[in-house]
Design a protein around this ligand. Structure first.
Ligand code: NAI
Ligand code: MG
Length: 329
């Protein structure tokens, strides 16, 4: 039995979580869930957005499913990433049928360094304006590049592209680029190349099929993964994984969407695909494939889908349809 921490959080986080757990009941795997509090609502009653108890529950679990937080998101998910040293942010860019994709056949992943770069948050006001510190360490670069190559190997992908701006950021991205090619030597069977981030942003639009696995630093990864989301249609569809040495947190990219909250209109796909990423992380690849295929079938039929996908089903109706597909196989 897998020990899974579950943090539904705020707004539609709770609704899409209920939907995803409903779908997971259809796969032949035992999960022991521990529900944990975090977010705006919990803060209102307790004064803190992320209690130590929740951090401990996640630490003692093999994986964590996270719905969404509201205004306290930075104090919750960002803090969890730091506390648990979840140094990988994994964002698939994958086209699904029945969705508003720019290209209908994309399938690549972005591996973003999640702990340093420009996001360490050391800024300073100066006489003239302000400065921010960009920290790139050898250790963090090495482990994120290793993760990218191992991930490529494990998932049968053939190419890893490092994305940087080493022509201008000579020291920091020079180090990142150098580390990438050094790590690459240990993975002779995988094709490697590197690109500047600005050109990459353009190629996402003009020729995204050239990418397979992208590995990049924190800010560039943040921007490119949202651009990637834009290529494959809508926040209701985009999952993500935060992975460290000991555990992972799997969460939709979207937030608590107050406009949808309480109405049952949220698309559960992003949360369900986050659960698929979790199954893959737990090496339950058959189950991951089963759930993803059922979702693909429901999306492709475009009948029992939520409003953002052109239908009028509720969050749970769509989840039940997906579960039925699995159970009737
Ligand atoms: P949001 O992702 O909640 O919503 C943005 C837009 O996408 C809205 O129009 C919403 O209706 C739509 N949308 C999002 N998820 C959807 C779904 N599953 N189905 C259908 N439509 C969906 O981002 P927003 O509005 O910027 O922020 C709302 C709250 O969420 C804020 O308090 C913010 O701090 C928080 N937030 C939390 C995140 C997290 O917990 N990781 C991430 C982003 C925002
Ligand atoms: Mg972002």
């Amino acid at each position: 039995m897998y020990k899974i921490a579950v943090i539904p959080g705020d707004g539609i986080g709770k609704e899409v979580m209920e939907a995803a757990l409903h779908v997971l009941e259809a796969v032949d795997i035992e999960f022991g869930y521990t529900f944990a509090d975090a977010g705006d609502e919990y803060q209102e009653v307790s004064g803190v957005a992320l209690p130590q108890e929740t951090i401990d529950i996640v630490k003692n679990s093999q994986a964590c499913l996270f719905g969404a937080a509201g205004e306290s998101a930075a104090d919750v998910i960002v803090k969890l990433r730091q506390e648990l040293d979840l140094y990988v942010n994994l964002r698939p860019v994958k086209s699904y049928p029945g969705t508003k994709c720019v290209y209908d056949d994309l399938d690549f992943v972005i591996v973003r360094e999640n702990t340093e770069g420009l996001y360490i948050g050391i800024e300073e006001e100066t006489e003239e304006g302000a400065t921010a510190l960009r920290v790139i360490t050898r250790k963090a670069s090495e482990r994120i590049c290793k993760f990218a190559f191992d991930y490529a190997k494990k998932t049968g992908r053939s190419k890893v592209t490092a994305v940087h701006k080493a022509n201008v950021l000579k020291k920091t991205d020079g180090l990142f680029r150098g580390t990438f090619f050094k790590v690459a030597e240990e993975y002779g069977d995988i094709e490697t190349d590197d690109r500047y981030v600005d050109a990459t942003a353009m190629f996402f639009i003009t020729n995204p099929h050239m990418f397979d696995v992208i590995v990049t630093t924190n800010l560039f990864g943040d921007i490119l993964s949202d651009e990637g989301a834009g290529l494959v249609g809508g926040l209701g569809l985009i999952p993500s994984a935060n992975i460290g040495e000991n555990t992972g947190i799997f969460e939709p990219v979207h937030g608590s969407a107050p406009g949808h909250a309480g109405k049952g209109t949220a698309n559960p796909s992003a949360m369900i695909l986050s659960a698929v990423l979790m199954l893959d992380y737990l090496e339950e690849h058959d189950a991951a494939q089963t759930v993803e295929n059922a979702l693909i079938e429901v999306l492709g039929e475009s009948k029992v889908v939520t409003q953002d996908l052109g239908g009028n089903a509720s969050t749970m109706e769509m989840a039940r349809e997906i579960r039925n597909k699995i159970e009737n196989k």
